[in-house]
Structures are given as structure tokens and as C-alpha cells.
Design a protein around this ligand. Structure first.
Ligand code: NAD
Length: 353
């Protein structure tokens, strides 16, 4: 065994119903006294509640998916005008992403309170969108200093979105198995993430308001993101990155739909990953485990249902191809990528396909 693994410096708090107390303690530890609170309009009431004991100097609610550059610019200017000394984000990947955009240019520390399973809070990856082009990069300055996980805050996430977001986390785990910096440590995190998602997601569907499903899924969201942050971006993420940025498809649903096609494509060429994923699902094959879970969850099936036009498939394949890591277990060509996208577009059986 031989590998080099970076572990990211981050404090992780987990406690249901404890976000307010956690935030008060963590802001105190940072010694911050002018906090910028970032939350969408719909998340602001909850954000106000859990920051009641935090010195909030600025409340910023312009949160937009994929962080358009002008939205980032306005948030950065507002932060500078108010001379804030820390950022608290409350929300999904879009709110965390905006806090990252501010941290990127200001160096301000972020305390992230996630309310979805996107996992952005555990990665040093930022994303900005200009027109139809999404740019991402890695910068240690944008990694939140602290994550405050409170599963009770995720209880309001609608079931359909919970499923899509949970499968987004699952995609981090699966892609981490063959990403350019895959190693035994991030594979172990990913395998535990898959196990926890497979156990938790059906419980979320059965009882969306209960913590029995919400806690393991939120825990898995962290594991998945930590695995992904360490292993790097692989075929699945390269595909979804282009689809999200270029065609404005919804992030979590796009991941949920594309994942089985990537797993069916790569799995047979990556026997070790295949074995680990299957074992984590407790299934005979990785794709069998994923599809059984997706069936239980009534997961989203086809990209055409989310606005991708059939005519865009060839163009999308051309845009994705140059970014596919050379280490992908199976060679990727424009032709097999188009076939994969066409199957995901129509919702065809990923195996029989
Ligand atoms: P999101 O943050 O846009 O949230 C999706 C929707 O769910 C929104 O309408 C939001 O208001 C609502 N919502 C969120 N939490 C809720 C709750 N608890 N109850 C009720 N409604 C709630 O979507 P997302 O999937 O969390 O994040 C997607 C974004 O994050 C994308 O821009 C993606 O690129 C980015 N992302 C980045 C990374 C990274 O490492 N940088 C990782 C994952 C995702």
C-alpha cells in the first residue's frame, strides 16, 4: 500500500437541535463580532432563529444556484461595506457557495450550517457562473473553518429534493472510488457514506420529519464530501458540471439521474471499486445495489424531464470530453459519452441500455 493523503483542517460539530448553541460557541471561539449571515429569503427565518445569540452585522439573502458572478460581486461589496469579520451560511450548496465566493477574495472564515446533503461545506472547491459558463477551482481559503450539522434543520427539505440531494452525496462517494487522487482513506470514507445513505434515505422517505433517517443521511453527506474533496473530481462530476453550467439543469437531480449510467459504464472496468460499492450496498453488484435503492426512493430518472434538449447531447459530449480525467478506469470517447448521455436523457435502463 502506498499513497499520499491530505486531510483538510476543519472542525465538524454534529448535534440535532443544537445549531443555535453550536453557532454561539463557534463564533465565540473565532472571536468574531461582526458576522455576515448568508441565507436565501426562504431560509432566513430559520437562520435568524439559530443566530439569535450571534453578533450579526449584516443579513444577506441574495442566494442564487451556481453563484452568478454578479451575485458574488454584490455579496463581496456588502461584506466589505459592513466590515464583517466572519461569515455564517445557512442553507444548501447555493448559500455555502456564496459564502465561499466572499471568502475567496476576503479570506474571511466561514461557519457553514448545511440544510441539504450537497456537501459543499466540506470541500475547498468554489464555483462561479458567468452567463452559461461555470468555472470551479480549489482554494484552501474557501474551506469553511467550522461545520455545524443539525439534522433537525433538514427535516423541512421536501422528500423529492432530499432524495435527489442524498443521491448527489452518493455520487460523491461513487466517483471518489476512481477519481484521480483515490486512495484507501477516501475509499473508506466513501464506503461508509454509501452504507449510511443506503440505510438512511429510505427512512427519510418513510418519515421525512423524523431524525432516524435525517441523521445518517446528513452524516453521510459529510463523509461523501470529505471523500470527494480528497479524491478529486471524476467522470460523473465532469459530466454533471457541464450539464449544470451549460444547460442550467438542477444540480442534485442531475447527479441523481446521471449516477447509474456512470456506474454501469465504469464499474465493470474498476473491479476493486465495484466490489467495495456492492459491499457497501449489501448487494451482489454495485449497479444492482444502486438501482434497488433508487427504485425504493422513486429517484428522478431522465434528464429530458429536467429540461435537457435531445439536440444538446452531442454538444454536451464535446464539452465534457476534454475534462475527463485520463485515469478514468474505462477509456471515454465522444461516441461512448454520447451514448451514455442519450441513455441518461431518455431514462433507459443503464445496464440493458
Ligand atoms: P440549493 O442550495 O440551491 O438548495 C436547493 C433548494 O432547496 C433551494 O430552493 C433551497 O431554498 C431549498 N432548501 C435548502 N434547504 C432546505 C431545507 N432544509 N428545507 C426546505 N428547503 C430547503 O441546492 P444544493 O443541491 O444544496 O446545492 C447546489 C449548489 O451547490 C450548486 O451550485 C452546486 O454546484 C454547489 N455544490 C458545490 C459543491 C462544492 O464542493 N463546491 C458541492 C456540492 C454542491
Amino acid at each position: 500500500m502506498r499513497f499520499v493523503h491530505d486531510t483538510l483542517p476543519q472542525r465538524v460539530r454534529f448535534g440535532s437541535g443544537e445549531a443555535a448553541a453550536g453557532l454561539r460557541d463557534e463564533i465565540g471561539r473565532l472571536g468574531a463580532d461582526r458576522v455576515m449571515l448568508i441565507a436565501s429569503k426562504s431560509a432566513m427565518p430559520v437562520a435568524d432563529e439559530i443566530t439569535a445569540d450571534v453578533p450579526v452585522a449584516l443579513r444577506h439573502d441574495e442566494v442564487v444556484m451556481h453563484v452568478p458572478v454578479e451575485v458574488a460581486r454584490r455579496a463581496r461589496e456588502a461584506a466589505a461595506r459592513s466590515a464583517v469579520d466572519a461569515l455564517v451560511s445557512v442553507g444548501g450548496g447555493s448559500a455555502t457557495g456564496l459564502a465561499k465566493a466572499v471568502a475567496m477574495t476576503s479570506g474571511l472564515p466561514i461557519v457553514a450550517v448545511p440544510t441539504t446533503y450537497a456537501g459543499s461545506e466540506a470541500t475547498p472547491v468554489w464555483g462561479l457562473t458567468e452567463g452559461a459558463r461555470k468555472t470551479t477551482g480549489t482554494d484552501p481559503a474557501v474551506l469553511p473553518k467550522v461545520i455545524v450539522y443539525d439534522a433537525a434543520l433538514t427535516a423541512s427539505l421536501p422528500v423529492e429534493l432530499s432524495v435527489a440531494s442524498g443521491l448527489n452525496a452518493l455520487a460523491h462517494c461513487v466517483d471518489a472510488m476512481w477519481a484521480p487522487n483515490a486512495d484507501p482513506i477516501n475509499a473508506a470514507l466513501a464506503a461508509e457514506g454509501i452504507k449510511s445513505l443506503a440505510a438512511g434515505l429510505p427512512r427519510v422517505v418513510a418519515d421525512p420529519g423524523g431524525l432516524e433517517g435525517r441523521e445518517p443521511v446528513l452524516y453521510a453527506a459529510y463523509l461523501s464530501a470529505a471523500a470527494f474533496a480528497s479524491a478529486g473530481s471524476a467522470l460523473h462530476h465532469k459530466i454533471c458540471h457541464v450539464l449544470g453550467g451549460k444547460y442550467n439543469l438542477p444540480h442534485a437531480q442531475t447527479h441523481a439521474i446521471v449516477l447509474p449510467y456512470v456506474l454501469a459504464f465504469n464499474g465493470p472496468a474498476a473491479p476493486d471499486a465495484e466490489r467495495r460499492i456492492a459491499a457497501a450496498f449489501g448487494a451482489d453488484t454495485a449497479i444492482g445495489g444502486l438501482q434497488a435503492l433508487r427504485a425504493r426512493l422513486q429517484a428522478p430518472r431522465a434528464l429530458r424531464d429536467y429540461g435537457l434538449a435531445e439536440e444538446s447531447i452531442a454538444e454536451a459530449a464535446d464539452a465534457i470530453l476534454p475534462s475527463v480525467p485520463p485515469s478514468n478506469p474505462r477509456p471515454v470517447s465522444a461516441e461512448n459519452l454520447r451514448a451514455l448521455l442519450r441513455a441518461a436523457w431518455s431514462g433507459a435502463d443503464p445496464v440493458g441500455g
